[in-house]
Every structure is written in structure tokens, then in C-alpha cells.
Design a binder for this molecule. Sequence first.
Ligand code: SF4
Length: 500
Amino acid sequence: MSFVRSIGASAPPGSLLTLRGRSDRAPGQAATLPRGTDVARQFQQAAGRPARFDFRDRGRYFRAFFSPGAEGAACWPRPCEPVGWRELFPHVTEADWRDWRWQQRHALRSPEAVAALVDLTSAERRGLELTARTFRLGITPYYASLIDRSHPFCPVRMQAIPVAAEAERVPGDLHDPLGEDVHRPARAVVHRYPDRALFLATDTCAVYCRHCTRRRITGGQEGAFDRAAAEEGLAYVREHREIRDVIVSGGDPLVLGDDRLGWLLRALREIPHVEILRLATRAPVTCPMRVDDALASLLRSMKPLFVVTHFNHLKECTPEAQEACERLVDHGVPVENQSVLLRRVNSSARNIGGLNRRLLSWRVRPYYLHQGDVVEGTAHLRTPLACGVQILEQLRGHTSGLAVPHLAVDLPGGGGKVTLQPEYRVGAPFDSGARGAPTLRANGCESAQPERSAAESKGERGTWFRNYRGERYLYREPPEADCSCPYDEVFFAGCGPVER
Ligand code: SF4
């Protein structure tokens, strides 16, 4: 890094230049530079060889991302922020850009189309080649316009462009990670939980996410879902009165036009025992122009219907995405978000907290943060379980509870969802002399032993907790522990078996 020092030595204070190696070997090396410096020339002279970098002027200082090993690349300044779509697609009219069908028709579907917009790394070139037969490639021009063309760790890029690791299988990877196929009584229906069913409306998406759990379906290997498949699925839901909640998914159901989508939703809405509809879609993220007034009105007419979307990073929170989400909410359609925790994409509290606070400001409620499913080809994007717990630990207490999602693990092979959270109980609950008291499991931490002994000696019953600052608090148990509700017998009389 001698060139960094040489720049710094010649620069008066007042501006800061941060250099960051692409390989993460020398993050955050800093040097001062006079404002207005021709950064490109400084770099070239100091490095003594061609260099490629991006920089942005943050008003008071420059922040530059420098690729020390860029072979033979010309020195060219370019903003890290995505350039406007008009620059990327100069021949596209505003009307076309805002047309969701145009976006879908013009999705980038070949390595050549992607390479024309992005400076591909060798891992990406290889990934595009190796995955061509196993999983579809598709990136709407809108989503492509969010990609940082020169930074391989751009979170949008990592979700949309495959790398060589996607072709690898590691022990534990599964083709059908959630064990759904054994619970598919009809091709379009997965019925895994007692009162909920998943309805697969299509096998296609506007953008094919590299972390997709249902890539065995969205990969196109199964074939499309036609009207006959939908009719068969509807017949199954009609026959199964225990199904109260239907999640319309796919694929992304918003790749369908309003007519086809409206037909399916109406048919489900007309089934008397279906109380709730959910529609799982990434359209607000990948093709927000899909959410127009006509669609929002259609979804409102299917109430109660919840839209469940899938933002993973603040970079996806554009004005267009905001407009799409707010349009739904303004029409009376509740919107929730499920993020997937993706290694080196959003795997920090700063990312998840920032994303969720932004979504809340749009009235989108963060719901789940999913641990990556063990779907084959995604090991490189999965985090250790401890990562998600650590993120929750850093959020809980420090930010609004509404911005703290449930951390969910969908157990491999069809075990269903469980949630994880940091352990706040300290030591075993003590006494428990109260009759019928529910048994709480201890976490084995002995550090609260002195406090516990003191409280126990006073005849108290309770559990010690630590809060988000690490301070200890005692929750005292009430004197009575019988929690049965006598009026249930009256209120629910004649309701049949106990409903949960
Ligand atoms: S939009 Fe959903 S179904 Fe489609 S590829 Fe992405 S994660 Fe998979």
C-alpha cells in the first residue's frame, strides 16, 4: 500500500479517500486528498500502473473503491451509485420502461446480455456457463439497473448473477429442501400444514433469484402450470375444508396478467372455508411497475388478502419500489416482507435493521428473516445459524420491535418452520413449587447463581433474565399457576373440536 502513503503525504487535510481492495485484503486504508483533485490521475501516478476504481463524492470527502489488480483496465471514474436507466438503455422510451410487460419481455436471459451491462468476474462467467442447464437466468432491465456494474459484492448483483459456486453441491444440500413434493396432492398444491396450503400459480418469475428455494420448479424442469393444473388444485382446496389459509405463490404469481390472476384469486375467494389469501411476490422488488392501480384494486377486492414480498437489501428500496408498496397499502392491501439471510449480501445487523426500518416507513411490516434453506447450489450464500441470532441480538432493544423479524429455520426435509432467538433467560427458573406451573427449560447458565440463591432464600419464585444491555432482571412468578379459562366452555360451546 505504499502508493496510499504517497498520496496521503502530498495531500492537505480536509478530504478523505478510502481505498478498499476488492479481495478485502486491505479494507479501509485511508489517505487525505485535496478536494477537487483529479483522483483518476492521482491513482494512476501513485500506483504506477493502470488502475480501475469507482468513487463518489460525499460532499466533504471522496470515498473510492479501488481494484488493485485490475489488469490493464483504463483509469475511469464512475459513480458507485447505479447510473440511471436512461443511460443504460438509451433507446427505451419512458412508456416502455414503465410497462411491466416490456420489462418482462426484455429481461436479460443470456450471459451475453448480462455481460453487455456488467463487468463480469471470472467466477460469474463460469457461473453463467455452469448453471445454464440447471437454473434459469432472468433479470428485468429495472433490476439490472440497480446493479453496481463493477463491484462483485453488490447485493443486487449477487442475487441475480450466478457464480461458479452455484454449480457445487455440499453434503446436506437437497433438491427439495422443504420436503414439499411428498405433500403435493395436486400438481399446483403443497399441503404440508393442517390449515394452510400453498398454491403454485406459475413456474416463472420476473427475476430468477440465485437463492431460490423452489428452483426445482422455477428452474423450468417441471414444465408450466396451465389452466388444467390450476383447476385440479382448486378442486383439491374445495374438497379440503380444513384449509383456511391459501398462499398463492410459484414462481411469482404477478408475472400473470390481471385476467388470469383475477380468475384464480376469485375462484379461491369463492371457496367458503378459505378465510385468508396470501400472495407471495417479488414484483415490488424486481418489477415494481407491475403494481399499478388496476392490480391494487383487484387485490383489494379479494380481501382479506395479504401481499408478502421479499426485499433483502436497502439497495432494492428505490422510489419505484416505495411507490409500489405504498400503492398497495393505500388501496387497503396489507404488505409484509420476508427476507432471506444471505451471506455477504445482507448478513449484518446494519443491513437488516436499515432495511426493516425503511420498509416500516413505507408501512410494510417485516415478518420473517429466513435462514437459507438447504437447497442445492446455494451453500455459498448460506450463513451459519449463529449469524441470524447475532443479528437479532443486535437489533432487539436497540430498534423498534416492529423492525425485528422472526428468525425462521424451515427444517430440512419437511420438518416445518421453527424460530430462533437469542437466549435472554439466565439460569434455570427457580422454585416451582406452584402447582401446575409450566416447566421452563434452563439454558444451563450458572452465572446468576448468587442472585438466584438470594431471591430463593426470600421465598421468591421467578426467572432471571438479562436485557439487551446485559443487565439482570428478575421476573417474579404470580402466586397462582392455573391458566385454564373457565368461560371457554361457554363461549365455544358447540364449536366442535378445539381449534388452534
Ligand atoms: S421470485 Fe421467488 S420463486 Fe421466483 S426465483 Fe425469486 S425466490 Fe424463487
